[in-house]
Ligand binder design. Structure first.
Ligand code: PEP
Ligand code: MN
Length: 337
């Protein structure tokens, strides 16, 4: 529930509203701008009597938020959230371009790809060190050695690192070495992992679960935010459907839907969404045209020999081409790359 205060609200009234909320054992989340002053009630508001707040003079109105998420809701936070990572911003005019291999395979591989990504104008380097593979017999990632290789690639190129966190125990290492903590589709509803990611100060890139509704996706973001971390980037990466021509179905409609429901930045991963290298560029273009704040793309210097997701990985030359074609779409959208 949200209490809309008059913009000229009396300080005593604001205090009364807050004390009333705290008195019921719920949390206060305040947001104030030039033309609005909102006090959100966080927690189980099912038994809160909205009418009783209206007795306080400076209360303009009370709004029942239908959606069960609050911190992630645009209703409560009208402006787009911009997330700062070093000198870069995600969710602003400039699109976030995250690229790199599915898995880190060797020092030379990640370094070579990082250099090419940087050369083509990519902003962030991705690479998995601990891999969530469907089969236990598939390559599981290089583990901590992979993190070291990623750090070296960052040192050489300056590209911030986006790496998937797989277990609660690894959080300290990620907090120290990784710039954006990725929570993968398979772990979108791993609530302990979400809470731990929420306790860090690092931005979190949360991928949509393969069968998650938009509401479940936003509630997963709410877990991270409720634990204290407001820097969440949402990533649409395709959902499971009946057609198996593509690996998943890219839910383009999720982009405008989430942008309407939430203030958080939304990016798209066309690589996992399609599972097919030649679809990555058209889907990336469509995503930017639909309003995405960026893309995450798998780039490999030798896709045929990749240890994971080779068939959806594009070569650096193709990535460079993709960058040029999304630049045109970005311009139409008043964005830049
Ligand atoms: C990945 O980005 O490496 C990955 C495993 O993606 P997802 O969690 O979307 O399957
Ligand atoms: Mn992959």
């Amino acid at each position: 529930m949200i209490i809309v205060m008059r913009t000229d609200a009396d300080l005593e009234d604001v205090k009364s509203v807050k004390n009333k909320i705290l008195g019921i054992g719920l949390e206060v989340y305040e947001s104030k701008g030039l033309n609005y002053h909102l006090i959100g009630i966080v927690g189980d508001t099912s038994k809160v009597d909205a009418e009783s707040f209206r007795a306080i003079k400076s209360v303009e109105k009370t709004i029942h938020v239908q959606e069960p998420y609050k911190k992630a809701s645009r209703l409560f936070h009208p402006e787009n959230t911009e997330i700062h990572v070093g000198t870069k911003t995600i969710g602003g005019d400039k699109l976030a371009i995250i690229a790199g291999p599915c898995s880190v395979e060797s020092q030379s591989q990640i370094l070579e790809v990082a250099i090419q990504v940087k050369k083509a104008g990519g902003g962030f380097l991705r690479g998995g060190a601990f891999k969530p593979r469907t089969s236990p017999y598939s390559f599981q990632g290089l583990g901590e050695e992979g993190i070291i290789f990623l750090k070296n690639a960052k040192q050489a190129t300056g590209l911030p690192l986006v790496v998937e966190l797989m277990s609660v125990e690894q959080i300290e290492m990620y907090e120290k070495d990784i710039d954006i903590i990725q929570i993968g589709a398979r772990n979108m509803q791993n609530y302990e992992l979400l809470k731990v990611a929420g306790q860090t100060k690092k931005p979190v890139l949360l991928k949509r679960g393969i069968s998650a509704t938009i509401e479940e996706f936003l509630l997963a973001a709410e877990y991270i935010m409720a634990a204290g971390n407001d820097s969440v980037i949402l990533c649409e990466r395709g959902i499971r459907s009946y057609d198996n021509y593509t690996r998943n179905i890219l839910d383009i409609s999720a982009i405008p839907a989430i942008k309407r429901l939430s203030h958080l930045p939304v990016i798209v991963d066309p690589s996992h969404a399609s599972g097919i290298w030649w679809m990555v560029e058209p889907l990336a273009k469509a995503s930017i045209a639909a309003g995405a704040d960026g893309i995450m793309v798998e780039v490999h210097n030798d896709p045929q020999r990749a240890l994971s997701d080779g068939k959806q990985s594009i070569k650096p030359e193709k990535f460079s081409h993709l960058m040029k074609s999304i630049e045109e779409i970005a311009r139409i959208q008043n964005r830049r790359i």
